[in-house]
Design a binder for this molecule. Structure first.
Ligand code: EPU
Length: 427
């Protein structure tokens, strides 16, 4: 059982009064994968700019259980990887962490065996793992399902293979890019995902001896080789584009003068494009963006989530809060996950005019005033959307299940308080 910590928010009732600066942290979905890649290293590696969030803590627990020695350092971690003595991924921890699936590739490639449970994580649609199982088999491994999870084994080394994924999948691309590093011969991933976190992982692995080409394109090729060496190498986690986007949406909604710092604005073209179309004013530089002098006359938008560089599904729920404040009818088409629109029922209870058409599509008509509500985060990103809705609403909102939000946003209440949000955490 998770503790029911809750956030209590006194809403701004439509006032545009937030000001100050927020520093964007390192990307959850980059740091998690580089930590997982420690299984490819014969000696050690060091990571910096790692966010202090629940998902990272859980992944480290699993890695320690597998034999990685992890030391906490200022801003990051040092991992010693010369003694990987377990290849069974702990079901207790991994059932809460979908990202743990990425351990399967490097662990199998290194030890010839991996046992892992059906992966958990945020409940956003079906989230199958069929691509993983198929690709392991294509690389010569045998897969046994035992009702609780899977045991995958190889006779000797994994074999390089040509893999085609029906849709570009983030964790899938990362898992097989890592598996390919220690496989025999060449692995080709077709219809690969192109997210910046994947490029960043691949570039770091190359720096440590891997031979990966085609990063950021739909075809990635990996020449297999020996264990990597991370001595004297440091991975600096790239800025979290989803965290940056979430705070940008808040700044558009309620910022008097807000600057977001230490981000990579090139990773957020899709959001800037929508902002421009809607009439949001922003001053963008490479690593920061400032929101001030808003006109408050925003026009409705059509949003279609898409693999990078399209609009990220992880910003879909926060963006819906913005759409409740735009003039006219907006349309959301969630193409990546089904079941990622249910949070709209809660926004409706706050006063939004939202209609779910089917598991992928919804309409929002605005602008509507929102009023405070007691609500339960259903997952990480919808939870953050509730916080944003509570901030612009009138009256008090209470957001339960903060542990979901803590999975991806470090010290959320402190950072929001610093720009003027009236928010408290109750344990
Ligand atoms: N899919 C399959 N079979 C598979 C794998 C994926 O059908 O074996 C489908 C999924 O059901 C989905 C599509 O492929 O329809 C794409 O999903 P993907 O595999 O890319 O998602 P993921 O790798 O599980 C990562 C992020 C998510 C983010 C998605 C999409 C991590 C740990 N998670 O998930 O992040 O929403 O990519 O960008 O990197 C979050 O941070 O809140 C989060 C959920």
């Amino acid at each position: 059982m998770q503790n029911d910590e809750k956030l209590i928010i006194e809403g701004l009732a439509g006032k545009r009064s937030l000001s100050g600066a927020i520093e964007i942290n390192g990307a959850k979905n980059a740091a998690l994968k580089v930590l997982a890649s420690s299984l490819l290293f014969k000696d050690s590696l060091r990571l910096t700019n790692v966010p202090e969030i629940e998902d990272i803590i859980k992944l480290i627990e699993i890695l320690e259980d597998l034999g990685v020695k992890v030391e906490k350092e200022e801003g990051g971690y040092f991992c010693k990887t010369n003694n990987i003595d377990n290849n069974e991924i702990s079901p207790e921890i991994s059932k809460h962490l979908r990202a743990s699936i990425v351990l399967s590739g490097p662990l199998l490639a290194r030890t010839g065996r991996v046992v892992f449970p059906y992966p958990g994580g945020c409940v956003i649609g079906k989230r199958p793992i069929d691509f993983f199982l198929e690709a392991f088999q294509s690389m010569g491994a045998s897969v046994i399902s035992n009702g609780f999870g899977y045991e995958i084994t190889t006779n000797g080394k994994l074999q390089g293979a040509e893999l085609f994924f029906r849709v570009p999948s983030v964790t899938n691309t990362e898992t097989f890019m890592m598996a390919g590093v220690l496989a025999e011969g060449k692995t080709v991933i077709k219809n690969a995902a192109m997210e910046p976190e994947i490029i960043s992982l691949g570039e770091f692995l190359n720096q440590c001896g891997a031979r990966i080409s085609g990063l950021g394109t739909p075809t990635i090729e990996i020449e297999g080789g020996e264990l990597l060496s991370g001595e004297n190498q440091v991975y600096e986690t790239i800025p979290d584009r989803i965290e940056a986007g979430s705070f940008m949406i808040l700044a558009a909604l309620a910022g008097e003068d807000i600057e977001l710092r230490h981000l990579n604005s090139e990773h957020l073209d899709s959001l800037f494009h929508l902002f421009k179309q809607s009439g949001v004013r922003f001053e963008k530089e490479k690593d920061k963006v400032r929101f001030r002098n808003q006109s408050d006359n925003f026009t409705a938008l059509e949003i279609k989530t898409h693999e990078y560089p399209g609009f990220p599904t992880d910003l879909q729920a926060p963006m819906a809060v913005f759409l409740t404040q735009t003039e006219g009818q907006s349309y959301i088409f969630e193409t990546i996950f089904e079941g990622r629109l249910n949070y709209l029922e809660t926004l409706e209870r706050m006063g939004a005019e939202a209609r779910i058409i089917d598991v992928h599509r919804a309409l929002i008509t605005g602008p509507t005033a929102l009023s405070g509500l007691e609500m339960e985060s259903p997952d990480l990103r919808a939870g953050l959307a509730y916080v944003l809705a509570g901030i612009i609403a009138s009256g008090t909102s209470i957001v339960h299940n903060v542990h979901y939000i803590d999975r991806g946003y470090e010290a959320i209440e402190d950072r929001l308080e610093a720009i003027g949000v009236n928010i408290k955490r109750l344990k």
